[in-house]
Design a protein around this ligand. Structure first.
Ligand code: C5P
Length: 220
């Protein structure tokens, strides 16, 4: 493919980016890139405390990691060194590890490079925190989803319950607020909307309404 199309969806934790990216990719017949999963699986692969390593150890360990993408739409698969990372990265604890390693410039540089490579190979709906601002500034369409921390904690809570995982609403809310703070205030690639992003506040919208807003935005 000579000119892949990129649509970006950024926003804070638990706002529904992954669900929407998957659906939009399915509707557009292209792949989706869950960059949160790249940060989570990198943090998972490196292990707890990697954020305290010295830079040379970090760079060496990152050198062993390769991401590949296959399929498209809802069938898109992301693999780390050939292994399709599953639900083990979906806990709030691993989310916090991901947020910790995401503050480190070598990790951001490594994953940015990997994401750009994938965007050269495939048309993508790419979701994360810095897709529209840093990784794909020239994307065709950019969206920024937002919602109150209460609404997002409730959604994450329901999602974890659906997966049969333990979930405590108050703890989730606290952890999401802490992760938001860290993601919005870090020095490198902080969470913020791109100047040319369409901002969608999803607090009072159903999933269908959010999806429709994105679809209309892509068409328009
Ligand atoms: O989206 P998700 O909750 O899976 O992301 C986990 C963490 O990875 C975020 O809290 C954030 O710190 C980091 N992340 C990032 N940049 C991205 C995607 C995720 O910093 N593009």
């Amino acid at each position: 493919m000579s000119n892949p199309t990129i649509v970006t969806i950024d926003g804070p934790a638990g706002v529904g980016k992954s669900t929407m990216a998957k659906r939009l990719a399915e509707a557009l017949g292209i792949a989706y890139l869950d960059t949160g999963a790249m940060f989570r699986s990198t943090a998972w692969r490196l292990g707890e405390g990697a954020w305290n390593w010295d830079e040379s150890r970090l760079v060496e360990e990152l050198g062993w990691i390769r991401f590949t993408l296959s399929g498209s739409g809802a069938q898109t698969r992301l693999a780390l060194n050939g292994y399709e990372v599953g639900d083990e990265i979906r806990t709030e604890e691993v989310g916090m590890w991901a947020s910790n390693v995401a503050t480190l410039p070598p990790v951001r540089a490594f994953l940015k490079e990997a994401q750009i490579r994938l965007g050269e190979q495939y048309s993508l709906v790419a979701e994360g925190r810095d897709m529209g601002t840093v990784v794909f500034p020239g994307a065709k369409n950019k969206f920024f989803l937002d919602a109150s921390v209460e609404v997002r904690a409730k959604r994450r809570h329901d999602q974890l319950k659906e997966m049969g995982k333990p979930a405590n609403l108050a703890k989730l809310q606290e952890s999401i607020a802490q992760r938001d703070h860290q993601d919005r205030n870090r020095a490198v690639a902080p969470l913020r909307p791109a100047e040319d992003a369409v901002i969608v506040d999803t607090s009072d919208l159903s999933r269908e309404q959010v999806f429709q807003a994105l679809l209309d935005g892509v068409k328009g």
